[in-house]
Design a protein around this ligand. Structure first.
Ligand code: FES
Length: 160
């Protein structure tokens, strides 16, 4: 099997049953980003819990208008960050978040970076609870009825 086929198989396997897809009721924070590279968007919801006096990620979910790689990375990333503190999750980059899928081809690295940026947006100190900021509950509704929610555009150097 050549590397391209191997990658395609890994992604196909991951998106057959994506984990943590959809909005998260009672989320504590939400982050939405768009990629300048491809125009795709990804939103991530995060809910926290206290464990032994530490605030850790209880659950994270996502929605995306993105490619299959973004779906696959977001799926594995939301599983990877469960149980981590904000600091531990923020220490993970796109490569860490996509590690269970194996190495990504150069043209797909920005898909993992989109997931990383959505996570960073959701974990930012000024991240907000969805109910506090009139955030449209789904990405589709975000487009249909724009709210006061801001969208962060991820800028990447053109040589990546
Ligand atoms: Fe846009 Fe993958 S091509 S996120």
């Amino acid at each position: 099997m050549n590397p391209t086929e191997d990658f395609s198989n890994r992604i196909e396997e991951a998106i057959k049953h994506p984990k943590n897809l959809g909005e998260l009721d009672g989320a504590d924070a939400v982050g939405t980003v768009g990629s300048e590279d491809c125009g795709d968007m990804l939103r991530m919801w995060v809910k926290f819990k206290e464990v032994d006096g530490k605030r850790v990620i209880d659950k994270a979910t996502f929605q995306t208008f993105g490619c299959e790689t973004a779906i696959a990375v977001a799926s594995v990333a939301t599983e990877l960050i469960s149980g981590k503190t904000v600091e531990e999750a923020l220490a993970m980059d796109g490569a860490d978040l996509s590690a269970p899928l194996g190495p990504l081809p150069p043209l797909k690295i920005h898909c993992a970076q989109l997931v990383e940026e959505a996570l960073r947006s959701a974990l930012a100190p000024d991240a907000y609870a969805p109910e506090q900021k009139n955030v449209a509950p789904t990405l589709l509704q975000r487009f249909q009825a724009p709210t006061q929610e801001s969208k962060k555009i991820v800028l990447r150097p053109s040589n990546e």
